[in-house]
Design a protein around this ligand. Structure first.
Ligand SMILES: Nc1ncnc2c1ncn2[C@@H]1O[C@H](COP(=O)(O)OP(=O)(O)OP(=O)(O)O)[C@@H](O)[C@H]1O
Length: 254
């Protein structure tokens, strides 16, 4: 399997009032083509700091990040990464979905020849083609979230960073978004998912990285993590949420 993301011995230290704080300490992991890896851990564990370094928004103190084998912080030609933070901000409400995406296609330096077909492609991937000419101010929360995903897919990035993709959405819309994420995986996109919704991680993640106090505490499939938690029921299998709750005290910063 082709490795899309390789994170090697990544650390981030913040200095505040003359004191060092190790937000991320010696984290290493990989994500293969078509794989969904989820960062799971309590508030302050270092998930956003890790994702921000992978996204290139934050310089690591030490360590390396390779995307398609290319050093993220050394090379001038880094492969495009899709980043989806979601929420209400980020689009111009008075413009249509299509015009918003055309603007972002230009920012992503997609050629004038390809921009229209690329915008059509990403709108189709998130099932928004029928509202391409509707102004974004009239979009529901779920439609906006799909538009955020569409924006992150411009230029067909091999790696997608998804932060809480279904946060604040009703169960039906959340389920639609999860299906979009599964389709992207099926098409070979490597996905780094951050989510506090256990059922979401349980249904999407091929692999979980349990993060606590800036370090990787454990790693494995949903079944591995459940097995390691030692939570057992006589009548049914344990859920990821129950297992996470059993492990959570060990993940807190000491
Ligand atoms: N710029 C910064 N300066 C100082 N400390 C920071 C900075 N950014 C993050 N931190 C600290 O680093 C730690 C890790 O934060 P981070 O946001 O990565 O956690 P997280 O796992 O994403 O948490 P959450 O689930 O709440 O989003 C926290 O204690 C946070 O206060």
């Amino acid at each position: 399997m082709a490795t899309i993301l390789s994170v090697q011995h990544l650390s981030k230290t913040f200095s505040e009032h003359g004191k060092d704080f190790h937000a991320v300490e010696d984290i290493s992991f990989t994500i293969n083509k078509g794989e969904i890896v989820s960062l799971l851990g309590p508030n302050g564990a270092g998930k956003t700091t890790t994702v921000s370094m992978v996204g290139g928004y934050l310089m690591p103190t030490t360590g390396k990040i390779f995307i398609n084998g290319i050093d993220r912080f050394k090379s001038k030609s880094i492969p495009n990464i899709g980043v989806m933070f979601g929420g209400d901000l980020g689009f111009y409400g008075r413009a249509t979905a299509e015009d918003n995406l055309l603007f972002f296609a230009d920012l992503a330096k997609i050629t004038s020849k390809a921009r229209h077909s690329e915008v059509d492609r990403v709108l189709d991937l998130v099932d928004l083609t029928n509202v391409a000419h509707k102004k974004v101010q009239y979009f529901s929360k779920g439609m906006k979230q799909r538009l955020h995903i569409a924006r992150s897919l411009l230029g067909n990035p091999p790696l997608l960073l998804l932060d809480e993709p279904t946060s604040g959405l009703d169960v039906e819309i959340a389920s639609d978004i999860r299906q979009i994420v599964r389709n992207l995986k099926q098409n070979g996109t490597a996905i780094l998912l951050t989510s506090h919704t256990m059922s979401e991680v349980e249904s999407l993640a091929d692999r979980i990285l349990l993060i606590g106090g800036g370090k990787i505490f454990d790693e494995g499939t949903v079944a591995d993590i459940i097995a390691k938690s030692n939570v057992h029921h006589i009548d049914r299998p344990a859920t990821l949420e129950e297992s996470y709750l059993a492990l959570a005290p060990e993940l807190r910063r000491k």
